[in-house]
Write a protein that binds this ligand. Structure first.
Ligand code: GLU
Length: 496
């Protein structure tokens, strides 16, 4: 299904997607995954998946699996990660406790991390005091001054302790962001920060940075909401003597009102889009152009999306989600899919009604049905309507009935006569024009209404104003069905 650029052996280029499984994959995150995937493929490198489930209270096994399913469905297969164990596993952070423990000890041994017993209340008072004095809130370093004996006493007394990383006032954390250019941060703006929570779990800054280094990630593409975390992470890696990856922070995807896309604001998850009938390549073609541009607007395979992808084509401006664009790519994806792919898509059991297409459309006509309606559908639900209208026999919408009534019994009687001798649609049409003197719309509309049960207007919100061409419908239905439908039209017109 998806062709990928083969990997060059021994390459060191490696990207990753590192989601926290706190919900279903939404479009913003899917784009981050896609960018990392495409970059890896464009460079002949590797793409790694890591599940960041250290926050036991929020992480959820279910979401971890769902994320993987969504990524696979999008075609974003990882070279290393859950189910594809490599040298750097495990790939669930919740299973990497012993690795983090080693690095915590190292920092403690080097005097670069210390236990902190400050309670939330104490920290809050400290913060408020600093703010009231017009200073930015930073941890005061109080616990750094505890003696070893004081630390032991508190531990023996069972006081909960976090582990804090000591940021030396002389340290500097500058880096070249591949999208945003040079970034500079001062140590005094950072302050000592927590790297291990009091329940023993690592803080995001720590596990994320350590894993990127030990998993040999060379480029991290992530949302700019993480930009402020990066200096802390670089400081940790410097202290541990581990290599820092390069970073590219991409602008957030925003909705039409300019605020970040979120579930609360109606942004749909990948799963919801999939259930709504969107095709994976439609989503990928759209997302690859949100904050990144190609030379052309052609619909591209994943292979070609990767070939044209580069950090030099990513931009800083916020990427605005636009449903019209999404529908444009969906239309393109339907246009480019094979007939087999579309048949599977139309009959997928995501909604009870879709399943019935396979019962309505005769199996030997499935390929022709797909080709007849392909230009007129963006969702399986629309395909269902066409399937029902063309084959279920009893579907005539109100407008179609009116048009049939207006054309009258004699029109369809003539049509039946012409059918007897006409070998194909062109011959039939010429004979009917001759017999009825009807031309253009007044000929096609009643025929469409009779043969498809609809007059193709804007009745179904997303259906193209023009339905399948009449000759296509004619060929698809075949002489017997055409005959039966014209007879039905005579009856309907007579009943009006
Ligand atoms: N787990 C983090 C998130 O989902 C990862 C951020 C990153 O890519 O470094 O936001």
């Amino acid at each position: 299904m998806v062709t990928i650029i083969s990997r060059m052996n021994g390459t060191s280029f490696k990207t990753r997607f590192a989601p926290s499984p706190t919900g279903f994959l939404h479009l913003g995150n899917a784009r981050t995954a896609l960018f990392n995937f495409l970059l890896a493929r464009s460079q002949g490198g590797e793409f790694l998946l890591r599940i960041e489930d250290t926050d036991a209270a929020r992480g959820h096994e279910r979401y971890g699996f769902a994320l993987q399913e969504d990524l696979r469905w999008l075609g974003l297969v990882w070279d290393e990660g859950p189910g594809k164990e490599g040298a750097n596993g495990p790939y669930y952070q919740s299973q990497r406790g012993s690795i983090y423990a080693r690095y915590f000890s190292l920092l403690q041994e080097r005097g670069l991390a210390y236990r902190c017993f400050c309670t939330e209340e104490e920290l809050e008072i400290e913060r408020r005091t600093q703010l009231a004095a017009g200073r930015p809130p930073r941890y005061s370093g109080r616990c750094r001054r505890l003696t070893e004996k004081q630390v032991q006493q508190r531990l023996t007394a069972g006081m909960p302790a976090t582990l804090r990383f000591h940021v030396s006032p002389q340290s500097e954390a500058g880096f070249e962001d591949r999208v945003r250019g040079h970034q500079h941060f001062r140590a005094e703006d950072i302050g000592d920060f927590v790297i291990r929570r009091s329940d023993g779990t690592p803080a995001f800054f720590f596990s994320n940075a350590v894993d990127d280094a030990v998993m040999e990630i060379t480029l991290v593409v992530r949302g700019e909401d993480h930009l402020a975390n990066t200096p802390r992470q670089i400081l940790i890696l410097q202290a541990l003597g581990l290599p820092a990856p390069e970073y590219a922070h991409i602008a957030m995807v925003v909705g039409s009102d300019g605020s970040p896309l979120s579930k609360r604001r109606g942004s749909r998850s990948v799963q919801e889009l999939r259930e709504g009938g969107f095709l994976p390549l439609a989503i990928c073609n759209y997302l690859a152009r949100l904050g990144h541009s190609y030379g052309s607007n052609d619909f591209l395979s994943l292979y070609d999306l990767a070939r044209g992808f580069g950090t030099d084509r990513m931009h800083r401006a916020p990427a605005r989600y636009d449903e019209t664009q999404m529908l444009h790519w969906q239309k393109e994806a339907v246009r480019h899919a094979t007939a087999d792919e579309l048949w599977v898509w139309m009959t997928a059991d995501t909604d009870q009604r879709h399943g019935q297409i396979a019962d309505m459309v005769p199996s030997d006509l499935s390929g022709r049905f797909v080709e007849a309606v392909r230009e007129n559908v963006t969702t399986p639900l629309e395909a269902y309507y066409w399937g029902a209208n063309l084959f279920a026999g009893d579907h005539y919408d109100d407008e179609a009935q009116q048009v049939i009534g207006k054309a009258g019994e004699r029109f369809f009687g003539s049509a039946l006569d012409c059918l007897r001798t006409a070998r194909d649609f062109m011959a039939f049409r010429t004979a009917l024009e001759h017999a009825t003197q009807a031309r253009g719309r007044s000929l096609f509309m009643p025929l469409r209404a009779a043969l498809s049960g609809a007059v193709y207007d804007s009745k179904w919100p997303r259906i193209w104003p023009n339905g399948p061409a009449l000759d296509r419908i004619w060929d698809l239905l075949g002489p017997d069905r055409v005959h039966a439908r014209l007879e039905e039209a005579v009856r309907l017109a007579g009943a009006k």
